[in-house]
Design a protein around this ligand. Structure first.
Ligand code: ZN
Length: 304
C-alpha cells in the first residue's frame, strides 16, 4: 500500500506541474498577443498621423518647390519696393456667406473640356488663368471658357519664370503675347493677371514692384490665392484629399481664392471637382467667377 500511495502522490504532483505549465504557456501567449495588438494599434495610429502631417507640409511647400524647380535664386532684391499683404480683413465671421472663387491655372489642356462640362452641370462659373506657349491646338477651349460665362485671365505666355522675370522688357514682351493671344481667340481684352508662382515669387534681379507697376499702368489687376488644393505638389493627392485640403481652409475666410490646375496630367483635380462643388454648396458658399468687384487677394503689393 505504501508503494501505490507514493505512486499516486507522484502522479498528482506531475499533473499539477503540467497544469501549471499549461497555465504559464496560455498566459504567455495571451500576453504576447495583447502586446502585439497594442503595438500594432499604436503603429497604425502613428502612420495616419504622420500621413496627415505630410499632407499639411506638402501643401505649405508648394510655392517653395515650384520656385526651386524653375529658377536659381539670385538675391532678395525681388522684394524691393513691395510689402507682404496679410489677410487681416478677410477673416470669416459668424453668419458670413463665404465667397469662393475657383481658379484654374496653366490651361487650356486635354482636361479643359471635362472641367467645363462639370462646371456646366452644376451651373457654376470659375476663372481660368491661361498660358499660350504650345497651346495652339486649344483655340476652341479658350473660346469655350469665355462663351460659357467664365472669367479668363492671363498667366503669362511662356510660364518660364527665368525668362519672364529676367527683365522688364522680357516681362512686357511675354505679357503682350498672352494678351494678344486671348484677344485673338476670344475677343476678350483681359484685365486680369496671375503671376506664375504668385506675386511673391523670388526670381531674378528685377524687383517685383517693376512688374506690378507695369500691370497697374495697364489697368490690370493681379490675383494670387489664399487656398491651395495641393494639386500642384509633387505628392499625388487623391481627389478626396484635394477636397479636404480646400474645405479645411475655406472656412477661415470671407473670400477664398482657390488654386487649382487645368493640366493634362491633373486627372485628380477633374475627379475632385464635382465633390468639391457639392461640399462648398453644402456649406452655403457662393461659388463665383472673379470680376471687378471681387476682393483682391495679393501675396505682395507695391509700397506707395
Ligand atoms: Zn502656373
Amino acid at each position: 500500500m505504501e508503494g501505490s500511495n507514493e505512486g499516486l502522490e507522484r502522479q498528482r504532483a506531475k499533473r499539477k506541474r503540467v497544469a501549471r505549465m499549461k497555465k504559464f504557456i496560455v498566459t504567455t501567449v495571451l500576453a504576447f498577443m495583447l502586446i502585439t495588438i497594442t503595438v500594432m494599434g499604436f503603429l497604425v495610429y502613428e502612420v495616419f498621423s504622420l500621413q496627415r502631417q505630410i499632407n499639411a507640409l506638402s501643401k505649405q511647400i508648394y510655392t517653395a518647390t515650384d520656385v526651386a524647380d524653375n529658377v536659381e535664386m539670385i538675391d532678395d532684391s525681388y522684394l524691393d519696393g513691395v510689402y507682404k499683404v496679410e489677410d487681416i480683413d478677410n477673416e470669416a465671421q459668424e453668419g458670413d456667406i463665404p465667397k469662393v472663387y475657383l481658379t484654374f491655372d496653366d490651361g487650356p489642356s486635354d482636361n479643359t473640356d471635362a472641367i467645363l462640362d462639370i462646371l456646366d452641370d452644376y451651373n457654376v462659373k470659375a476663372t481660368f488663368f491661361v498660358v499660350g506657349d504650345g497651346k495652339e491646338d486649344y483655340a476652341e477651349q479658350y473660346k469655350r471658357i469665355v462663351d460659357e460665362g467664365h472669367t479668363i485671365g492671363m498667366h503669362s505666355y511662356s510660364h518660364a519664370y527665368k525668362d519672364i522675370y529676367s527683365s522688364e522688357e522680357a516681362f512686357i514682351t511675354d505679357y503682350n503675347k498672352i494678351h494678344e493671344m486671348i484677344l485673338d481667340y476670344t475677343g476678350v481684352d483681359s484685365k486680369l493677371y496671375r503671376f506664375p508662382g504668385g506675386s511673391s515669387t523670388n526670381v531674378g534681379k528685377v524687383g517685383k514692384s517693376v512688374f506690378i507697376n507695369y500691370l497697374n499702368e495697364q489697368g490690370v489687376q493681379y490675383y494670387d490665392w489664399n487656398v491651395v488644393s495641393g494639386d500642384a505638389t509633387s505628392q499625388a493627392y487623391t481627389s478626396e484629399q484635394l477636397i479636404d485640403n480646400v474645405m479645411t481652409d475655406v472656412v477661415k475666410y470671407k473670400t477664398s481664392v482657390v488654386l487649382l490646375h487645368d493640366a493634362s496630367d491633373k486627372g485628380a483635380t477633374v475627379e475632385a471637382l464635382p465633390g468639391l462643388i457639392e461640399a462648398l454648396q453644402a456649406q452655403g458658399a457662393m461659388i463665383l467667377p472673379i470680376t471687378d468687384e471681387t476682393t483682391v487677394i495679393h501675396h505682395v503689393n507695391v509700397v506707395q
